[in-house]
Design a protein around this ligand. Structure first.
Ligand SMILES: [Zn+2]
Length: 281
């Protein structure tokens, strides 16, 4: 499941490639055929993202895409399209093509329905219009572990397993802390940290969460080797030494997703502390 910065990057790439021009739209696989016929030859007016939802706007309507666990939207210059039997949607100007395969869904929706998608999503830290009070309302009423609420798309849209694990670590929060016990100043810092980390990930295309003093250069250690890329503290570092205290990183299953944390930097019962100006406490 991609984290929210991936869908924001896709929206940006679609707009950069096609916005303001008529494009060819097709569904070689056939499952989006009628909608594609309606959009074919019309102007792609823009693209947007909220949480893990991708919205591609055309003059006649919006294509609402959720990639789900296996969906992919890739840019290519291959003509004709390879593997058309799996290609749900192709958008092309004849030079570049954006190919969508295996989405959880891909639907044509009206402007009213588009507004509904944005309204019904939780606040997305990447978006300028996000209201953190909506996230706080969920957090301070929940008895679930804060680590679980961080993955609730109605509270923190776009946050996935990597941002969840790393923002908990950076604030020294016990992942199992009941969300309602999180102090407001720590929540405010977590929200601000998500804004910073997630927007940076949109810009650079990878997730980096270590402070300056913990980069490979600063610590004289080898860079991380992982298909997710990026320098992190705990995500997928089970049993490896914590960059700060050397304790082996712990892992367990929480609601079907692997959770990672340092038992010393994030001791049981810790409510965490705000980041002072974004610096390491
Ligand atoms: Zn540690």
């Amino acid at each position: 499941m991609p984290e929210g910065h991936v869908t924001h990057r896709l929206a940006r790439a679609l707009a950069d490639a096609f916005a303001g021009r008529p494009v060819s739209v097709s569904s070689p696989q056939g499952r989006f055929e009628d909608a594609a016929a309606l959009l074919d030859g019309t102007v792609l007016t823009g693209a947007d993202s909220v949480g893990k939802h991708l919205l591609v706007d055309f003059e006649p309507g919006t294509v609402w895409i959720h990639l789900g666990l296996i969906g992919k939207l890739l840019f290519t210059d291959a003509f004709p399209a390879p593997n058309p039997a799996t290609l749900r949607l192709r958008i092309t100007d004849g030079v570049t093509a954006a190919d969508l395969r295996g989405p959880q869904w891909c639907r044509l929706i009206t402007p009213d329905e588009r507004a509904g998608v944005v309204l019904s999503s939780g606040p997305d830290p990447i978006r300028e219009d996000a209201d953190p009070e909506r996230a706080w309302t969920v957090v301070h009423r929940s008895r679930k572990p804060f680590a679980a609420v961080l993955m609730d798309q109605k509270a923190f849209a776009g946050v996935g397993n990597i941002f969840r694990a790393e923002v908990l670590y950076r604030h020294g929060i016990d992942p199992m802390l009941p969300a309602a016990q999180l102090p407001r100043p720590v929540f405010d810092s977590v929200w601000g940290d998500l804004v910073t980390l997630m927007r940076a990930a949109v810009d650079v295309g990878r997730i980096d969460t270590v402070f300056d003093q913990h980069t490979p250069d600063a610590m004289g250690r080898d860079p991380r080797v992982d298909r997710h890329g990026g320098e992190v503290y705990v995500y997928r570092r089970a049993n490896l030494p914590c960059h700060v205290c050397g304790t082996p990183v712990a892992t367990s299953d929480l609601a079907g997703r692997n959770l990672y944390w340092c038992p010393v930097c994030q001791p049981a019962g810790s409510v965490g502390r705000p980041l002072p100006g974004g610096a390491w406490a």
